[in-house]
Design a protein around this ligand. Structure first.
Ligand code: MOS
Length: 769
């Protein structure tokens, strides 16, 4: 098998590529400057066991929690027998809707201000069941094993009611959602339907993508306690959580429990992956409620199955892409519409047309999304929501059109490069897709692709190549702030942001060091703590820019503050902040090497041991005025067995245009990780949802397949490294773009290999026989 003869696993993360003629950050900035492949500052802790994750903290007198999940999708609980459970050794509490404390409904992510919750169902407050898998009881016991055994012994009787659990039926009753990520759920430019009917060349096809479940390597867990503050100051809820939004989670929990946000403190220093799923779900609220009822601290660690029952994932979609073109391949009509499953209790129609808004210069465009209401766990953000599955449909259709035109698919895309954003009309802040695509094609050896399908063979293996465009929007959300504490020995930067394995702590240490003119060794970057400055969501690939904006603001506040300390004898006397730069561990006049004073000197002459500043990031001016996106092209070489239909991806290359790259090593890992997720989406990932019962049937990594070592071929990544002049530091986030385009690149390679077009993910061998 080719998989056996290929080098298994990914290439070394330090092995990255830079375009000719661009400066090498190693030469320019030393080993740790912006762009340099600095190794993770938290790496040693992670590989030596020094890193403590949320489910590893402990409190004295702590109890362990286990959940019982409903087995119907809609209806009422008519009886819960907890007698056996309560009589078992070590059981301290059984909580059901009959004895749970009164809780307010949680504010929903992206609907309510400060919402972090997946849905707005009341949590264990009534006898109603809304999805198959909803928690209906919680057990606390002295050990995890006792809690699990007691949970098993609980018997629940239900009065089931009709439930909408079949997408094939639900989609016939689809409705327009209120909004799509706050914007319209339908966009029209010109008259796409007429233009399609008049076009000389047409593709009009339906693409389907399945549900996907969150599978962070660290399942969701938390350890918490209601702590009695001294001197009658009341109670504080202290939570060690695995979170990508500590600040939003505090705000939401405060609302649920009807207490002030100052009464809740969440820390989350290490997170084993988030991907959109580590927000606020029922388990955190139930754990806090049970701890209050029992009067003891609680640890709740969801089992892998528990994550599938309680934490939403990606909804299934059915998408139509229709393209009309002239004989030179210029797009006249572009239609991308369809249906996604959803509940009425959350606010995320899987936004599959997001990428289509900005990619191609079609004269007439129509984009729309409808949602099919189902009785299911609320779907949520997951690994480039929208773009991942949307680019599968769009980029497969482009490949079908190229095939019809007899044109190279990369050339077809190049002919439709837009001058301006085709739906908003805005200018692009930075768009170098073509440069990235051409460089990628050359390095990949794209010219060796057979122009006709089934043109290359290697024994039983049919070999093909495919490509697809990758894209993800640039975002910078409001709310970011940073503090800087400067001492003679260095600086501590604090911000309520997150490190979930992406490299944030490392990259932002570099950013702060460069910004403050300090070596990285003298920077401490603090994060993952709701008491730190500001509020930053680690999502939407926006953290990098959000933190960058906050650090810029805090640095400016620091410079202003330091200048106010210097006296008339200082070489800096009389200079304004605009005339100052941070360099060589101090402040210097821009363009005048002789006027300089070190931080140490300034602090000493002012008699200060430290200086603290805090500042809010400037509001984003960039987003309303420019169309801002990252771009790339994914190249894939795949083999399809003529005997078994098995697909083995032999090579993947991603060539990206994501602004300035801040750390070549962590960025390469982000791109590769995303592309591996894309590979899983292309070939294996699928949450099996029983249309009769609404039950997820494969809630484990044994039955829900993700790529393992031997599924992952050689992956190369490269980038333009062209700074975006509109963003802090010229950077874009790189977290999610890697997954986009991969599904189509694989599907297109499969078509080129064997002539079969698979429009339904995942591309399993039964679809190729
Ligand atoms: Mo990502 S799905 O924006 O956490």
């Amino acid at each position: 098998r080719p998989g056996d003869t290929q080098p298994a696993g990914v290439a070394l993360a330090g092995d990255y590529w830079r375009p000719e003629g661009r400066p090498d950050p190693l030469g320019e900035q030393g080993r740790s400057g912006i762009g340099a492949p600095l190794s993770r500052v938290d790496g040693a802790d992670k590989v030596t066991g020094g890193a403590r994750f949320a489910g590893e903290f402990r409190f004295d007198g702590m109890l362990y929690a286990a959940l019982v999940y409903s087995t119907i999708a809609n209806g009422r609980i008519v009886g819960i027998d907890t007698c056996d459970a309560e009589s078992l050794d070590g059981v301290a509490l059984v909580m059901t809707h009959q004895n749970a404390p009164r809780l307010n409904t949680p504010p929903v992510f992206l609907r309510a201000p400060n919402g972090a919750a997946g849905d707005d169902h009341p949590i264990m407050q009534t006898d109603r069941v809304h999805w198959n898998g909803q928690p209906v009881a919680l057990v606390l016991a002295e050990t995890q094993e006792q809690a699990d055994a007691a949970a098993e012994s609980i018997r629940v009787d239900y009065a089931a009611e009709p439930a909408m659990t079949d997408f094939a039926i639900a989609k016939t009753q689809a409705r327009q959602p209120d909004n799509l990520l706050g914007g319209p759920a339908e966009i029209r430019v010109g008259d796409a339907d007429s233009a399609l009917a008049a076009a000389a060349y047409r593709v009009d096809a339906t693409y389907t993508t399945p549900r996907h479940s969150h599978n962070a390597i660290e399942p969701h867990a938390l350890t918490l306690a209601w702590v009695n503050e001294p001197e009658g100051e009341g109670e504080t809820l202290r939570i060690h959580d695995a979170s990508q939004c500590v600040d939003l989670a505090v705000a939401s929990l405060a609302e649920v429990f009807g207490i002030d946000i100052s009464r809740i403190h969440i820390t989350s220093p290490f997170v084993g992956g988030g991907f959109g799923g580590k927000t606020l779900w029922q388990h955190q609220i139930l754990a806090a409620a049970a701890a209050k009822l029992a009067g003891r601290p609680v640890r709740l660690a969801l089992s892998r199955e528990g994550v599938y029952r309680v934490v939403g994932g990606r909804a299934c979609t059915e998408q139509r892409v229709a393209l009309g073109a002239d004989d030179r391949g210029r797009l006249q009509a572009l239609i991308h519409s369809g249906v996604a499953a959803m509940t009425r209790h959350n606010n995320l129609p899987e936004p599959f047309f997001q990428a289509t808004k900005c990619l191609y210069a079609a004269d007439h465009i129509r984009l729309s999304i409808e949602v099919a209401d189902m009785h299911m766990l609320a779907n949520t953000f997951m690994r480039a929501p929208g773009e991942s599955v949307g680019t599968f449909a769009l980029e497969s259709a482009l490949d079908e059109l190229a095939d019809q035109l007899g044109m190279d698919p990369l050339e077809l895309r190049a002919r439709n490069e837009p001058e301006r954003d085709p739906t908003s009309g805005l200018a692009f802040s930075s768009r170098h897709w073509l440069e990235a695509a051409r460089a990628g094609a050359e390095r990949f050896g794209w010219s060796e692709r057979s122009a006709t399908p089934a043109g290359r063979h290697d024994g039983e293996w049919q070999i093909g190549m495919g490509c697809a465009t990758a894209t993800y929007p640039y975002m910078r959300m409001p709310g970011a702030a940073a503090s800087i504490t400067l001492t003679p020995d260095g600086a501590t930067v604090g911000i309520a942001a997150h490190e979930m394995g992406m490299g944030t702590a490392t990259v932002q240490t570099q950013v702060a060091a460069a910004r403050l003119g300090l070596p990285v060794e003298k920077i401490v970057f603090r994060y993952g703590d709701s008491q730190l400055a500001g509020s930053v969501l680690a999502g939407g690939s926006q953290q990098t820019a959000a933190i960058g904006g906050a650090v810029i603001a805090a640095q400016r506040a620091l410079v202003t503050e330091l200048l106010s300390l210097v006296d008339e004898h200082s070489p800096l006397s009389g200079l304004s902040p605009d005339e100052i730069e941070c360099r060589d561990e101090g402040l210097g006049a821009i363009g005048d090497g002789s006027r300089f004073e070190s931080y140490r000197q300034i602090l000493a002459s002012a008699g200060r041991s430290e200086l603290c500043v805090e500042a809010n990031a400037a509001e984003s001016q960039e987003l309303g005025n420019w169309s801002m996106h990252s771009f790339g092209t994914i190249f894939c070489e795949a083999g399809v067995s003529a005997v078994t239909g098995e697909v083995r991806v032999r090579r993947l290359l991603g060539s990206f245009d994501c602004g300035r790259i801040l750390n070549a090593k962590t960025a390469a890992s982000q791109f590769r990780g995303g592309m591996i997720m894309g590979l899983g989406m292309a070939l294996m990932e699928e949450t099996l949802f029983d249309a009769r019962s609404g039950r997820v049937m494969n809630p484990s990594l044994a039955d829900y397949h993700v790529p393992v070592q031997m599924d992952v071929p050689e992956i190369e990544v490269m980038w333009t490294d062209i700074p975006d002049p509109r963003t802090p530091m010229g950077a874009h986030g790189v977290g999610e773009i890697g997954i986009t385009g991969v599904g189509a690149a694989v599907a297109n390679a499969v078509y080129n290999a064997c002539g079969k077009r698979v429009r339904d993910l995942p591309i399993t061998l039964d679809k190729l026989l």
